[in-house]
Design a protein. Structure first.
Length: 102
């Protein structure tokens, strides 16, 4: 069985990063997804696609997958780059050519 271990990005509807600290283990779908004839919803014959397990650390998620004998793919989170700016910089005039390069 194949699983994917990753750290989810924050939702676009939230300003903080509270729910993005845990690692998630989810199963790879083994059957193709296809639209259902009656309602048009996307469906799959594999019900494991609905299961997501959350872990406090990457090591705990990897240990769980290895304990079960599952093949896993690890996706490292992208590093967050924060450029410190003062509040005054929000209102600072920048000529058009400076905005494109910086």
């Amino acid at each position: 069985m194949k699983v994917r271990i990753y750290k989810p990005a924050k939702s676009t509807m939230q300003s903080g990063r509270a729910n993005s600290r845990q690692w998630v283990l989810e199963y790879e779908t083994e059957t193709p997804r296809r639209p259902e004839d009656l309602m048009g919803w996307t469906s799959a014959g594999d019900t494991l696609g609905q299961v997501r397990l959350r872990f406090k650390s990457k090591a705990a998620a990897i240990a769980f997958a290895e304990e079960k004998g599952w093949e896993y793919a690890l996706q490292e989170p992208k590093k967050r780059i924060i450029q410190p700016r003062s509040y005054m910089d929000n209102f600072k005039y920048r000529p058009p050519q400076e905005e494109k390069t910086g």
